[in-house]
Design a protein around this ligand. Structure first.
Ligand code: FES
Length: 93
């Protein structure tokens, strides 16, 4: 991630055990997409993985586990130390 004098320092996030840099103020879904991780859920095993679709909290395709709760990654603003996990097929009832 390149920085200029006006660019705030990146924050460190962890998704599924891997660390990524994110830009302060962006959503988790945006940070993951920029990092090359478009899928946040494996909804229909053995179907394709899913990721953000509507980007406004409606479709639920981007749900991740964060602090023990299911949240939409497109509506979760990153912060330093954020940790989240992908939704697995076993998590969907
Ligand atoms: S992308 Fe639709 S709820 Fe997040």
């Amino acid at each position: 991630m390149s920085r200029t004098a006006d660019t705030p320092a990146p924050v460190r996030i962890t998704f599924d055990g891997r660390d990524y840099d994110a830009r302060p103020g962006e959503s988790l879904a945006a940070a993951l997409l920029r990092a090359g991780v478009p899928a946040t859920t494996q909804r229909h095993a053995p179907g394709p993985a899913r990721g953000a679709f509507c980007w406004m909290g409606w479709c639920q395709e981007c749900r991740v586990r964060h602090r023990g709760r299911w949240v939409e990654a497109c509506r979760l603003t990153v912060y330093d130390g954020l940790t989240a996990e992908a939704r697995r097929a076993a998590d969907v009832r």
